[in-house]
Design a protein. Structure first.
Length: 193
């Protein structure tokens, strides 16, 4: 019952706080059809930079032509940035080129993760090329599993493939209740990019 006058007592936590342990790194995923997947990851990158962690973003859809607010600010804070896509691939006039760029971005990302020189690696919108069959989700999951001990990785995108979800430590699904775009409102500078 949702009666504020009649609330049930809090239930016990599903874990024993004394049994909690520290982990040197985490794999984080934001997925789903709701807004805020990349935004949540960028917030985490701010925390990483606040701790002076070497941090890098690899964007799988956006090209270097995009000038987003998050890129401008995070670069000022020392976050490295690689826009490896060619824009929204579903509008591509050359899918072979789009695929090649995604494959190259994954090769670059896999090397970044394995090198261990960044404590936080963000793979923005990586689910799309995995779902299109351009990048093998099992290979991505393997790279996450085999990453150096202190490298955290944050992956974003709709419909994250199951092998990645299985290896992740934290998975959050964003649920769309409604979106301004459905009412014909364009993405807005300062809010959406």
């Amino acid at each position: 019952m949702n009666d504020p006058e009649h609330t049930e007592p809090r239930t016990a936590r599903p874990y024993d706080r004394r049994a909690l342990r520290s982990a040197p790194s985490l794999v984080l995923v934001t997925t789903g059809h709701g807004k805020g997947k990349s935004t949540a990851a960028f917030g985490t990158l701010l925390r990483s930079r606040a701790r002076d962690w070497p941090t890098v973003v690899v964007q799988f859809l956006k090209s270097g032509k995009w000038r987003t607010g998050e890129e401008a600010m995070l670069r000022q804070l020392g976050v490295e940035w690689a826009s490896a896509g060619d824009g929204f691939s579903w509008e591509s006039t050359d899918l072979d080129e789009s695929r090649a760029k995604a494959v190259a971005a994954w090769s670059f990302s896999k090397d970044l993760i394995a090198a261990g020189s960044h404590r936080m690696v963000m793979l923005d919108e990586i689910s799309y090329p995995m779902n299109w069959g351009w990048i093998d989700p099992a290979e991505v999951a393997g790279a996450l599993r085999d990453r150096p001990e202190d490298v955290s990785v944050f992956l974003t995108g709709r419909e994250m493939p199951e092998p990645v979800i299985e290896v992740a430590d934290t998975v959050t699904e964003m649920v769309k209740v409604k979106h301004a775009f459905e009412r014909g409102i364009r993405a807005r500078r300062g809010i959406d990019y």
